[in-house]
Design a protein around this ligand. Structure first.
Ligand code: PAF
Length: 290
């Protein structure tokens, strides 16, 4: 696996693959790779003939008091695992490659509405940072497909919207969340949890699954007030288990707007602080299926 830092070298390698009539797959990451990321790379390998992985801890998607300075970094281990999986090219851009000018003057890609909900409300600068860096990376790599984890459900929905609105000729592929046996979604931020918190953390997914059961058994609960009650009960339960819930919301898969009676394809989205870790998770719910 080749490693490059400069856009010129990245483009030359991608062009050589294109000359060989290979399709280009791309997996953007912030490094500290875990099994969830590796599953993205495996998916990219199945769907494309030349796979580029980027590692860049993107400062613009972190808020002022967030964990940018402590974000875990394991570059050698990451490169080893990617080479083992057969990734073709590792792109490790420097800060000045991604942001050549002052951050205050940087063009920003903003996806309105869907980007303002949920995580966008709690972390106002977060999705600006994600869509801006992903759009730059897309222009640098110019892949045919790009692979993201469905754990970041809102992120992938926003990226899909951006790709459609800006006419990127890129197919966005989502990959199911990889979980521990106890149900905890893998995340680089799980490393911030102590032993007690690690034991409590699977309760997030467990609670979403209980909410999904209620929705499936009683689809009639889908009224604004009944959903609020269901969401509030879940928040209270998680508070008792040591979480500080930020949002738990039942919404429509298509546009992430709050679910309404008659909607069949739902997703429950949740974010909660547990100790130093901000955990997010989700669960898709299909009503009308046995
Ligand atoms: O999902 C992530 O790891 C990041 O948000 C991404 C897509 C690599 C952009 O920095």
């Amino acid at each position: 696996m080749n490693q490059v830092q400069r856009v010129q070298s990245l483009r030359a390698a991608v062009q050589a693959a294109r000359n060989d009539k290979k399709t280009i797959g791309f997996v953007p990451t912030m490094g500290n790779l875990h099994e969830g990321h590796l599953e993205l790379v495996r998916t990219a390998k199945r769907r494309a003939e030349f796979v580029v992985v980027s590692i860049f801890v993107n400062p613009t998607q972190f808020g002022k008091n967030e964990d940018l300075g402590n974000y875990p970094s394991t570059p050698e281990e990451d490169a080893r695992r990617l080479a083992e999986l057969g990734a073709d090219l590792l792109f490790l851009p420097k800060h000045e490659t991604m942001y050549p000018g002052s951050l205050d003057e940087q063009t920003v890609v903003y996806v309105p509405k869907i980007g303002d909900l949920y995580c966008g409300k709690d972390r106002p600068e977060h999705f600006y940072g994600v869509t801006t860096v992903v759009s730059r990376l897309f222009n640098m790599v110019q892949p045919d497909i790009a692979v993201f984890g469905n754990k970041d459900y809102q992120q992938i929905a926003i990226i899909r919207r951006m790709v459609e609105d800006l006419a990127y000729p890129i197919q966005v592929v989502g990959v199911d969340t990889v979980r521990n046996d106890d149900g905890l979604a893998l995340s680089s931020r799980n490393g911030y949890l102590d032993a007690k918190q690690l034991k409590a953390a699977p309760n997030l997914q467990k609670r979403l699954s209980e909410m999904a059961d209620v929705l499936k058994q009683k689809p009639a609960v889908i009224s604004k007030s009944a959903l609020k009650l269901l969401e509030d009960e879940a928040k209270d339960d998680l508070k008792r288990k040591g979480f500080k819930p930020q949002y738990i919301t039942v919404c429509r898969q298509s546009d992430l707007k709050p679910a309404k009676k008659g909607d069949q394809e739902l997703v429950i989205l949740a974010a909660a602080q547990l100790g130093k870790a901000r955990l997010i998770d989700n669960l898709e719910v299909f009503l009308g299926e046995s």
